[in-house]
Design a protein. Structure first.
Length: 365
C-alpha cells in the first residue's frame, strides 16, 4: 500500500472496515461540529518560518514524564482495536516500540493489559474510566501497576456518553467474541444489550450509563492520586481554571482534549484553547493535546502553542485496519517524517527551537 498522507489511509480503512466499526471510530457527537473544527482549526494557524538557520542536523526527540520518545507524539487511547484487526491492541503496541513512542491503552480494550505490556516492553500508559464501584477501579489500578504501566490517564469529560447518532442508528454492539476483557474478573466485560426499536441506543451508551460514576469530582482525583505512585494525567481539559484545579488536586499532567469531538458538540477546538491553558499552567505540570492532528505541521503548531506532545487516535486505527502493526508503524513514520520536514523548513533544528512566535492564528475563521 503506497499512501502519501493520512487521509488516504482513512479512505482505504473506510472501504475495508464494516460500516458499524468505521462509523464507531470516525463519528462525533450530534452534528459533529467540534469533530470538524478540531481539524479545521489547524488550518487557521500560520507558521512564520525562520530562514538562514543551520538545520543540517536535527533532533525531533523529546521527553514526557521522563520517558524519551523519538518525536512529540503519543498513541492516544482508543477502544476496541480488534474491530479493525484481529491482533488488535498488540499490533499497536508493537508499532509503538518500533516507532520509539508510547502507547496509551484504553480501559475499553479488547486485549489484556498483560499482553499489551509484553508487546510494548512495559512502555505504556493506561487510560482509566472511573467506575461507580470504586473497588473495581482500584483493582484495575493495581493490575495496570503490576503490568508495568508508566502513567494513568483519567478521562474526566465523560460522566455520560455523548450522543453519536451513527452509533444510535447502528445500535452499536461489539462483534461476537469481543469484550472489554480487562474487566472480565468483575463481570463487567460485556456491553449491555443494544437498544430496541422503540428506544434506540448504542450498547456502549448503555454501558456508560450503568457502569461509570456520574458523581466523579475533584475529590476522586485526589483519591486516585493517593492510591497509586504512578503519575495521574487528566484527559478532557478545555479550561484554564480546570487545569489549575488539576494541579491543586494532585495531577501531574493534563491532556487538552474534547474526546475527539465525541462528547459535547460545539465545545471548542482543542488547539484554540491550548495557548491559554499552557499559559495558566506555566510549566508546573506537563500539557499534552489531542484532536484533529493529521499532519506533521500540526504537531509543530501544537508544540509552539505549549504542548509537550500530541496524542493521535483515529489515524492509528486507520493504519491498523489497512495493514495491522505495519500499517500503524507506517502512519507513525509518515507523521514523524512530515514533522522533521516541518522543523527543517521552519528553521527549528530541535524541539527547544519551536517557540510561541513561530505561529499565529489567522484572522479568517
Amino acid at each position: 500500500m503506497d499512501f502519501t498522507n493520512l487521509f488516504e489511509y482513512e479512505r482505504h480503512a473506510c472501504e475495508k472496515l464494516h460500516k458499524t466499526a468505521f462509523d464507531y471510530y470516525s463519528s462525533g457527537a450530534h452534528d459533529e461540529i467540534t469533530l470538524r473544527d478540531n481539524r479545521e482549526a489547524y488550518n487557521r494557524i500560520q507558521i512564520h518560518y525562520k530562514v538562514l538557520v543551520d538545520v543540517s542536523i536535527r533532533d525531533s526527540s523529546t521527553e514526557v514524564f521522563g520517558q524519551k520518545i523519538s518525536f512529540p507524539l503519543i498513541i492516544a487511547p482508543t477502544a476496541f482495536h480488534k474491530m479493525a484487526h484481529n491482533e488488535g491492541e498488540c499490533a499497536v503496541a508493537k508499532a509503538a516500540v518500533k516507532a520509539e513512542t508510547i502507547m496509551c491503552l484504553s480501559t475499553l480494550s479488547n486485549t489484556t493489559v498483560e499482553d499489551v505490556s509484553r508487546d510494548c516492553n512495559a512502555n505504556f500508559w493506561f487510560q482509566l474510566y472511573v467506575f461507580r464501584d470504586k473497588a473495581v477501579t482500584e483493582k484495575l489500578v493495581r493490575r495496570v501497576e503490576t503490568a508495568g504501566a508508566r502513567a494513568i490517564v483519567v478521562t474526566v469529560d465523560a460522566p455520560l456518553l455523548g450522543t453519536r447518532e451513527k452509533d444510535v442508528k447502528n445500535k452499536f454492539q461489539l462483534p461476537q467474541g469481543l469484550s472489554v476483557i480487562n474487566l472480565m474478573p468483575d463481570s463487567k466485560e460485556d456491553l449491555p444489550q443494544k437498544g430496541t426499536d422503540n428506544k434506540p441506543d448504542s450498547g456502549l451508551s448503555l454501558y456508560f450509563n450503568e457502569m461509570l460514576d456520574q458523581s466523579l469530582n475533584w475529590k476522586d482525583i485526589e483519591w486516585l492520586a493517593s492510591i497509586t505512585k504512578l503519575p495521574i494525567i487528566l484527559k478532557g481539559i478545555v479550561r484554564p481554571d480546570d487545569a489549575l484545579r488539576a494541579i491543586e488536586y494532585g495531577a501531574k499532567g493534563i491532556v487538552v482534549s474534547n474526546h475527539g469531538g465525541r462528547q459535547l458538540d460545539t465545545s471548542p477546538a482543542t488547539i484554540e484553547v491550548l495557548p491559554s491553558i499552557a499559559e495558566a499552567v506555566d510549566n508546573r505540570i506537563e500539557v499534552l493535546v489531542d484532536g484533529g492532528i493529521r499532519r506533521g505541521t500540526d504537531i509543530l503548531k501544537a508544540v509552539a502553542l505549549g504542548a509537550k506532545a500530541v496524542l493521535v487516535g483515529r489515524p492509528v486505527l486507520w493504519g491498523l485496519a489497512c495493514n495491522g502493526s505495519e500499517g500503524v508503524y507506517s502512519v507513525l513514520s509518515m507523521l514523524k517524517k512530515e514533522f522533521d520536514l516541518a522543523m527543517a523548513l521552519s528553521g527549528c533544528p530541535s524541539i527547544k527551537d519551536i517557540q510561541r512566535d513561530l505561529v499565529s492564528f489567522s484572522s479568517n475563521k
